[in-house]
Ligand binder design. Structure first.
Ligand SMILES: Cc1cc2nc3c(=O)[nH]c(=O)nc-3n(C[C@H](O)[C@H](O)[C@H](O)COP(=O)(O)OP(=O)(O)OC[C@H]3O[C@@H](n4cnc5c(N)ncnc54)[C@H](O)[C@@H]3O)c2cc1C
Length: 342
């Protein structure tokens, strides 16, 4: 039986593993942290605008598993917030265990805390990847879904420092570009001022640390819009976001919150003292990234050139998906890019 090795267990890696398992192959996922779904543990927004169509199309094409799970774990459906309609917001606190169970039930081997640090290539064929502890994992085909964010050296250099995002590089080690190790020249995103990468576009507040009125809005409507005093508006922050679909004036003039289990604040970072000066936020507590008062994860640091079959440039048996395969911004995009490989 052919063996597929998926490196990186984010939404893209999970989707790749499911597609490969359904195609009848032996599949193993290697994930450096102790959680699957990667950045999916901090997002939550699904089905907003064109993503609704993408979800429905994927389900009709037979790739319904992950979308069914995000729908089942929705805290709110049909949420309309500035610039966005009919969004579903899943609970980031509950989403990972059902995905892990689904994947294991499909017979996929999940190796967590397994960080790939090197490769063994023979010309354009990848023979094996090497884990941090020296283990060699061989396969017939490999899929690099290691994302495009971090490692922490990049966040420190091009962002406002390591913000301890969900990838937790200080504990689990940085992302490693498998395609880069194979000699592929990865592309790096560039901001208009010439800096590399882009900031993740949102941070999370502990819902219970906000005023009762705000909590009520979030629980009942799924979102809350709180006008910002003029002196706290910062239009410049819109330009540094990965997610340019949220770079609208409303997101600079207001605090826009979405209920993902936490209160998701739609801005890359927010000085805590200034935030606490806004009525309703006097005791606000940032929970992800923990240093969200100052910075956020830097993304778009390594995107692989590839063909339309998602094969990494100049490689025969190495494929890419999710943020690794293009400057994509979301869960839906990550999930659907990987379905196409198998
Ligand atoms: C704060 C924040 C909020 C967001 N909110 C939303 C939202 O609401 N809606 C939305 O649609 N999108 C949102 N996004 C974007 C979305 O989460 C990502 O675009 C998408 O999840 C990327 O998936 P991926 O699988 O390509 O990469 P990732 O999620 O980055 O997954 C890569 C995985 O590879 C692992 N890995 C890396 N290197 C190695 C290695 N060497 N060995 C083994 N494993 C490795 C990582 O630990 C990680 O689990 C948000 C992102 C952030 C950061």
């Amino acid at each position: 039986m052919a063996k597929v090795v998926v490196i990186g267990g984010g939404w893209a890696g999970c989707a790749a593993a499911i597609s490969a398992a359904k195609a009848g192959t032996q599949v193993v996922i290697l994930e450096k942290t102790d959680l699957l779904i990667g950045l999916g543990n901090v997002g939550g927004i699904m089905r907003n605008n064109g993503r609704y169509t993408a979800c429905e199309e994927s389900m009709c094409l037979g790739a319904s598993e992950l979308f069914t799970i995000t729908d089942e774990n929705a805290m709110h459906k049909n949420v309309n917030f500035p610039g966005h309609n009919h969004a579903t917001v899943y609970n980031v606190l509950k989403i990972e265990p059902p995905v892990r169970k689904l994947i294991k039930d499909m017979g996929v081997e999940v190796k967590i805390m397994s960080r790939v640090v090197d490769v063994d290539c023979e010309g354009d064929i990848l023979k094996a990847v090497i884990l941090e502890d020296g283990q060699r994992i061989e396969g017939d085909s490999f899929v690099d879904t290691t994302g495009s964010s971090g490692p922490m050296g990049n966040c420190a250099k091009y962002g406002n420092g390591c913000a301890m995002c969900v990838l937790r590089c200080p504990s689990f080690g940085g992302r490693v570009s498998v395609t880069g190790r194979c000699g592929v020249n990865d592309m790096i995103g560039e901001r208009s001022n010439g800096d590399f990468g882009a900031f993740s576009g949102s941070m999370k507040l502990l819902k219970e640390s906000l005023s009762e009125d705000i909590q009520k809005d979030l629980n009942e409507n799924g979102f809350a819009v709180i006008p910002l005093p003029k002196e706290l508006r910062n239009e410049k922050k819109l330009d540094i976001k990965v997610c340019q679909q949220y770079a609208l004036h409303e997101f600079a003039e207001n605090i826009i919150l979405l209920d993902t289990g936490h209160a998701k604040l739609m801005t890359p970072f927010f000085d805590l003292e200034k935030l606490r000066s806004v009525p309703g936020f006097e005791t606000a507590c940032i929970v992800d990234p923990y240093s969200g008062g100052k910075g956020n994860s830097i993304r778009y640091m390594a995107v692989s050139p590839r063909d339309n079959y998602m094969r990494a440039e100049n490689m025969k048996n190495l494929f890419v998906g999710g943020e690794k395969s293009g400057f994509y911004v979301g869960h839906t995009e990550a999930t659907t890019t990987k379905i196409q490989c198998f």
